[in-house]
Ligand binder design. Structure first.
Ligand SMILES: [Ca+2]
Ligand SMILES: [Ca+2]
Length: 509
């Protein structure tokens, strides 16, 4: 009796303090727009306390597996890349004139273009999700059946062939994988045995409320309930099944921040226990390095570095300001393994950089590509960036690959030159990265390994600028990769007259 009264008092106190039992009823916390949770103090009273960050249950080895900063990932939206098999173009939702319908690209198309892909210095491809989608799910993110390959893009045999053919060329394959949600019309929504597989339908309205971010329905997509052990088991088994069936080398994990941390820790542990060399690349769409690093600590190897992306798009577009890029570079110390993160200038969720930059798009794209390819992380090149494809917001940033431009393109020639340099220069392969002098509109940095060094200088404004850069080394002679012009260091100082939007890439002689 005494115990019953005590329980009733405890519940009453909890309700009066506005607390929710957010562990057992996760969806309730969505209406509670705070990051606080309830804890029982030593004397039995409830106190409000800021929630501590999640402490991982499993210690997962996540140093990149078969991946390192020597890799270069080419990211392909399969439906928009190349149509290698017209026999799968007869579905009613294939319409090349509709930017939101299927366009006919497929896995066989990627196989046919592997030599081109290899010629870009690619060591790995990341392809959009292959699972069977609901109608119009050309991008792959509206899953209908997690155990089937979508017939628009091919068959399981096509996928296995793609992996085999890629491996023959020393190209690894990364499969895009979604556990946060199903498509809008998943058959599970009508399945009585799967009633507890989804969170209660609620929109995300407060993006600083992590519970809401995890349990709300992102863009109205049915949100899977990973607190349910059946759901966790299903997806861990499903992921292991794909790896064992296809021999893929990595997964790009979609919408990571929208899934509870407990799940990712268990998922990474299960995958790495069986496949220690497997690479997990997490999409965590947040500009804070501290926020991103939390997900590395769970066992995910690399993260899509949105902190750096924010810097890149502020530096190499019409803003032409280095401040947030410098800040992002300084913040890299918050990562325990920044070199296995992915850095990018374009992707399928953002306006292409060349379009964002506008008038001086080509010059800024060249600077951005140079930064991406000379920075010690894993560059992720979104298909078409190498030929300077334009693209505004989704779905315009997912135009069909413009194959005619691969025959003659000033940007492609430039890209190849920088990629070759990246893959052969010892300083760019293993050298340290050091910021040299900079201000809000100009940037210089150095990579150095033993006697080899590279200095990159960029003028982000459309006007002349004279700079004197302090260089902490004794090498006196440098040659510009782009113009062959030679420069001499005097008293550890490099004097340069920069032209508008200039880009100088110096290699020690
Ligand atoms: Ca096709
Ligand atoms: Ca979720």
């Amino acid at each position: 009796m005494k115990q019953k009264i005590l329980i009733l008092i405890t519940i009453a106190l909890m309700l009066s303090s506005g607390c929710t039992l957010n562990k057992s009823t996760p969806t309730q916390s969505i209406s509670n727009h705070t990051n606080k949770s309830c804890q029982t103090s030593a004397n039995g009273f409830q106190t409000k306390k800021i929630k501590k960050s999640y402490i991982p249950k499993y210690n997962v080895s996540n140093t990149g597996g078969n991946f390192s900063n020597h890799d270069l990932i080419y990211f392909i939206m399969t439906d928009r890349f190349y149509d290698g098999d017209t026999s799968n173009d007869n579905f009613p939702d294939v319409n090349k004139k509709d930017a939101k319908a299927y366009h006919g690209g497929d896995l066989k198309g990627i196989i046919k273009k592997l030599d081109y892909i290899k010629s870009l210095g690619t060591t790995a491809i990341w392809i959009t999700p292959v699972v069977k989608n609901e109608p119009k799910g050309y991008h792959g993110y509206w899953a209908y059946d997690f155990y089937k390959v979508d017939p628009h893009i091919g068959t399981m045999d096509d996928f296995k062939n793609l992996v085999d053919e890629a491996h023959k060329r020393n190209i690894k394959v990364i499969m895009d994988y979604v556990v946060n949600h199903t498509g809008y019309n998943s058959p599970w929504l009508k399945d009585d045995t799967k009633k507890d597989w989804f969170h209660t339908k609620l929109n995300i309205t407060n993006w600083s409320d992590q519970k809401q971010v995890e349990n709300g329905w992102l863009s109205g997509l049915p949100d899977l309930n990973q607190e349910n052990p059946e759901v966790r088991k299903y997806f861990i088994e499903n992921a292991l099944w794909w790896i064992s069936k296809t021999n893929i080398d990595g997964m790009r994990l979609d919408t990571v921040r929208h899934v509870p941390k407990e799940f990712w820790n268990e998922f990474a542990h299960a995958i790495k226990e069986k496949y220690p060399n497997f690479y997990l690349l997490g999409e965590v769409w947040n500009e804070s390095t501290h926020y991103l690093e939390q997900y590395h600590k769970l066992g995910i190897d690399g993260l899509t570095n949105y902190s750096m992306y924010n810097g890149i798009k502020n530096a190499f577009t019409r803003f032409g300001q280095t401040d947030s890029l410098i800040n992002a570079i300084k913040q890299e110390t918050n990562f325990s393994n920044p070199e296995i993160n992915g850095i990018f200038i374009d992707n399928h969720d953002n306006m292409r950089l060349i379009s964002m930059a506008g008038k001086h798009g080509k010059e800024y794209l060249k600077q951005a590509l140079t930064f991406e390819l000379t920075y010690p992380s894993i560059p992720i090149i979104y298909y078409g960036t190498e030929i300077g494809m334009q693209g505004k917001s989704d779905p315009d940033n997912r135009r069909d690959m413009e194959w005619n431009k691969t025959k003659k393109s000033d940007i492609l020639d430039f890209y190849r030159k920088i990629v070759d340099f990246r893959n052969t220069n010892p300083a760019l392969q293993t050298g340290d990265f050091k910021l040299l002098d900079y201000d809000s509109y100009f940037l210089s940095y150095m990579r150095k390994h033993n006697n080899s060094s590279v200095i990159v200088v960029m003028n982000l404004q459309n006007k002349n600028k004279n700079v004197t850069i302090n260089v902490p080394q004794n090498n006196t002679k440098f040659k510009d990769l782009l113009t062959n012009k030679t420069y001499t260091l005097e008293h550890n100082k490099l004097q340069l007259m920069l032209k508008p939007l200039d880009l100088i890439i110096l290699e020690s002689n």
